[in-house]
Every structure is written in structure tokens, then in C-alpha cells.
Design a protein around this ligand. Structure first.
Ligand code: FAD
Length: 455
């Protein structure tokens, strides 16, 4: 775009900060408004390190602003999942091949790096403790509360990057005559963070370069490594019900629960029982909305447009991909209406697809990753991928390591692959025969017919 414009971004989480950097680098006048105080000055995280898994879609977007190598310095590659069974027996499953990894990064660290980068752009201003109150969807003027003051800010476009409970989105839903479709679905599952401190010598108490999972069917614990030797664990479990956060309400019940299901983790966690009783679980929800664009002036991005459950480790990666695509479209069109319409068209079906994939992945992580038949299925797929890398890319690899494949394509192809693998797994004595040539011949025939017809 030749002409430069004023852009208001509501929310300076990872996605708002990244799109802010990108548009400022293009020469637009960017104002980023964040309701919280500056975490670089105030300890709003209270010393908690919350990490998340960054993968290829996220890396590609960071590369576009030149931040990838800096982030990589403090990131830990996780080459495999390590499953812990109830007896403490470990099973390893590589995520990809040839050193492919997902990376544990600090959520606040990456957010702060992006905000600092935004501040380095002369035409980008970050305003902390500015809480969006209202948006005029015709003029793109916004009103913010800053302590006791009301601050009005005008711009040419507004980008709502204010997360899963987005105010911009809620205001947009109330617009008359816009035919906005919207749903927010709370999952039965909630989550709670648990801390695994470093060993006294500062080393990791479990294998560092792995994502640890304690799959227990209806609930699970996971842990991702931090550079200081600690791990951040997250317990996912039903909010209410027989075995749930609500039901575990005494020291005795919690202690019994951890001893029975997570004995090997229990000895590594910091104060699990008292910590559990002190904290409240956080909810998980899915958000669908359409349109993502209002009056060609106000658009949604990141969790504000497509909040999902965290079971594919893609929420932030998808938001970063939104930024990369929007940034690329900005260069291809001459006005914001065309850019934002093209962005909505490119991203909406992919947002829906990853929401669906993430929802399905809870079962895969919590239940199937402990199931020998599921592990065998994955082994056969991995072997077939080695033999025919162009014909068969496993679904996890399409989503995580293949940014050139849109999420919507990954979902469609993944469903076809599942039907093919159901036939393979139905072969008599597949457990004994899985390395035999006839298995791969049959797989090749099925894949060739089904998958090439599709393309
Ligand atoms: P947010 O991070 O929610 O940021 C929104 C910002 O807007 C916040 O800073 C907020 O303070 C601000 N804001 C809100 N309202 C206002 C307002 N009215 N005015 C001004 N500012 C406002 N993703 C991954 O890619 N990999 C993972 O491994 C992963 N693990 C996860 C684990 C858990 C337990 C959870 C809950 C999520 C996980 N995610 C993961 C998802 C990821 O955290 C989100 O997708 C990501 O944070 C979305 O970024 P965002 O900037 O869109 O929204």
C-alpha cells in the first residue's frame, strides 16, 4: 500500500504487538493500547513462568520481523512427547523427523520482546493501562479509560487483538443490521498451572527436550521445560463432576488423587496439594464469529477472532499466522477495505479448522497417546511418510511443521488419512505384520487413489 494510515490496535498481547510491529515497519502510524500495566516495569505475572509451544507457523511470522533468532536464544526445543503411565513407565514419541521440534518459550518473554520492538519503531506508540471502552464502527474512533480519564483516539482502521473475551468483538456483535453470527462454547475441561522447580543444582528434573504428558483418559497433566531448570505443568480436568476440580476439595482427596495418578510427578512438584487447594481453575472456551470485519474498518485478529482450546499448541501460532498473512496482503492491495476483506477470506476457514483440530486433540493427548494401537498407527504413518514424503504427511506434521499447508487443508486431508489408516489397522494381525511390505503396498494404493484424486 502506497498511502500510510493511522491504525489503532486494541490489545498488546503477543498478536496485537506483532501486528503492531509489522504495520509500523510498513510506515503506518500505529497506536497500541493495552489495558494492563507494562509487565517490564510491574511484576504482573508474580514470578510465574507461563510457557507455550511455538512451532513453524509462529517462527515464520517472527522471521518476517527479524525476531526469530532472538526468541530462539531462550527457547527450548522439544523433540518428542514423553508419556508417563501410572506406574511411572515412560514412552517416547518423536514429534517429527530429522530434528523437527516444537519450542517451549515464555509467553511473557515473547510478548515483552515484541512490545520492546514495537517501541523501537518511531511511528509506533504503546499506551499501557488504557482500557478500551467503545468503538465507533463508522469513524474508527475509540474511547479508552486511562485511570480516571477518558481518552479518545481517532484512526483510519481498528484492529481488535484483545483476546478471547474481546471487547471489540462484543461491541461488534451489538451492531444493528450486521447479521453477526457468534458462539462461545465453554469446554467441560478447565486447567490449573502447577510448578515443577529445578533441581538444587539448577538442572531439569526430567528430560529437558521433551513435552511431558501424563495421559489419564478424562484428564491429563502436561509439563513444558523452562530455561531456569523448572517445568511449567498444566493439569486439565473437568470443571465439575465425579472426578473434577470441584470434587477435589479437601487435602485428603487431592493428596490421594496425585498419589494415585501422578505418583512420579508428585515428588517433583512444588507444594502440589496446598497449591491446588489455594488456586482456582481457569476455564477453556471456543469462539466462533463471522464476520471478522465490520464496515471495512474494524477487524478482529488472534484469539479475539478464533479462541480455541490449547490441545494442538496452535492458538498463538495461528494468531501469528494471521499477522503474517495480513502483512503480506497489505503489500498486495491499495486500500484497507481490500486488504481486510482479503484477510478475512484467507483466514476465516483456517481459524475454524484449527479450532476443530484443537478440540479433537484433547482425546488424542489424554486418551490415545497411552493406547498401544494408537501408537502403532502413528509408527506406521511415520514409516510411510519416510518412504513417500510427498504423498503422506501425518496430520500433526501438516499442522505443526508445514506452514505452507493451510489448516483447512490439513483438516480435510487428515480426515481422509484417518479413513485410510482405519483400513490398515483392520488388517489381520497388524501388530505382528506392520513392518511387512504388503501393508505399505496397500497403504500406497489407498493413498494414491484417495489423496491424489483430492489434489
Ligand atoms: P491475548 O494473549 O489474550 O492478549 C490480548 C491482550 O489484550 C491482553 O494483553 C489483554 O490484557 C488485552 N486486552 C483485553 N481487553 C482489553 C481492552 N478492553 N482494552 C485494551 N486491552 C485489552 N498457543 C500456542 O500457540 N501454543 C501453546 O502451547 C499454547 N498453550 C496454551 C496453554 C493454555 C493453558 C492456554 C490458555 C492457551 C495456550 N495457547 C497456546 C494459546 C495462546 O495463549 C493464545 O492463543 C494467545 O495468547 C493469543 O494471543 P492474543 O494476543 O490474540 O490474545
Amino acid at each position: 500500500m502506497q498511502d500510510k494510515h493511522k491504525v489503532t490496535i486494541a490489545g498488546a498481547g503477543p498478536v496485537g504487538a506483532l501486528i503492531g510491529v509489522m504495520l509500523a515497519k510498513k510506515g503506518h502510524q500505529v497506536d497500541l493500547f493495552e489495558s494492563r500495566p507494562d509487565s517490564r516495569q510491574t511484576n504482573i505475572y508474580q514470578g510465574k513462568s507461563i510457557n507455550l509451544a511455538l512451532s513453524d507457523r509462529g517462527w515464520l511470522a517472527l522471521q518476517a520481523v527479524g525476531l526469530d533468532s532472538k526468541v530462539r536464544e531462550a527457547a527450548i526445543p522439544m523433540y518428542c512427547r514423553i508419556m508417563h503411565d501410572e506406574q511411572g513407565k515412560l514412552t517416547k514419541q518423536p514429534y517429527g523427523k530429522d530434528g523437527q521440534a516444537i519450542w517451549s518459550v515464555s509467553r511473557s518473554g515473547i510478548n515483552e520482546q515484541l512490545i520492546s520492538m514495537a517501541e523501537q519503531e518511531a511511528n509506533c506508540h504503546v499506551h499501557f493501562e488504557h482500557h478500551l471502552q467503545s468503538v465507533d464502527f463508522s469513524s474508527a474512533e475509540c474511547e479508552f479509560r486511562h485511570h480516571e480519564d477518558v481518552v479518545n483516539h481517532s484512526a483510519d482502521i481498528v484492529i481488535g487483538a484483545d483476546g478471547a473475551f474481546s471487547k471489540v468483538r462484543r461491541l461488534a456483535q451489538e451492531l444493528p443490521r450486521k447479521r453477526t453470527s457468534y458462539s462461545m462454547e465453554y469446554m467441560p475441561t478447565s486447567y490449573m498451572e502447577m510448578s515443577f522447580p529445578a533441581a538444587p543444582d539448577g538442572s531439569h528434573t526430567m528430560e529437558k527436550n521433551a513435552l511431558h504428558i501424563w495421559p489419564r483418559k478424562n484428564f491429563m497433566l502436561i509439563a513444558l521445560p523452562n530455561p531456569d531448570g523448572s517445568f511449567t505443568g498444566t493439569l486439565f480436568m473437568d470443571h465439575e463432576g465425579e472426578l473434577s476440580f470441584a470434587a477435589l476439595n479437601t487435602e485428603e482427596k487431592v493428596s490421594k488423587f496425585f498419589t494415585r495418578y501422578f505418583a512420579d510427578a508428585l515428588e517433583l512438584m512444588e507444594d502440589p496439594v496446598a497449591g491446588f487447594l489455594k488456586k482456582s481453575p481457569s476455564p477453556l472456551c471456543l469462539v466462533h464469529i463471522y464476520p471478522w470485519l465490520f464496515n471495512d474498518k474494524v477487524a478482529l485478529i488472534g484469539d479475539a477472532a478464533h479462541a480455541m482450546v490449547p490441545f494442538y499448541g496452535q492458538g498463538m501460532n495461528c494468531g501469528f499466522e494471521d499477522c503474517r498473512i495480513l502483512n503480506e496482503l497489505e503489500a498486495q492491495h491499495d486500500n484497507w477495505a481490500d486488504v481486510l476483506n482479503a484477510y478475512q477470506l484467507a483466514r476465516k476457514e483456517n481459524g475454524d479448522a484449527i479450532i476443530e483440530l484443537a478440540k479433537r486433540n484433547f482425546k488424542e493427548m489424554s486418551e490415545l497417546s497411552a493406547d498401544p494401537s494408537f501408537l502403532l498407527r502413528k509408527k506406521i504413518e511415520a514409516e510411510f511418510h519416510n518412504r513417500h514424503p510427498d504423498l503422506w504427511i501425518p496430520l500433526y506434521s501438516m499442522v505443526t511443521f508445514s506452514p505452507q499447508i493451510p489448516y483447512a487443508t490439513a483438516l480435510k486431508v487428515g480426515d481422509m488419512q484417518k479413513r485410510i489408516m482405519d483400513e490398515i489397522m483392520a488388517i489381520e494381525n497388524i501388530e505382528q505384520n506392520w513392518q511387512q511390505a504388503f501393508v505399505y503396498d496397500k497403504l500406497y494404493e489407498l493413498a494414491k487413489t484417495t489423496l491424489t484424486e483430492q489434489s
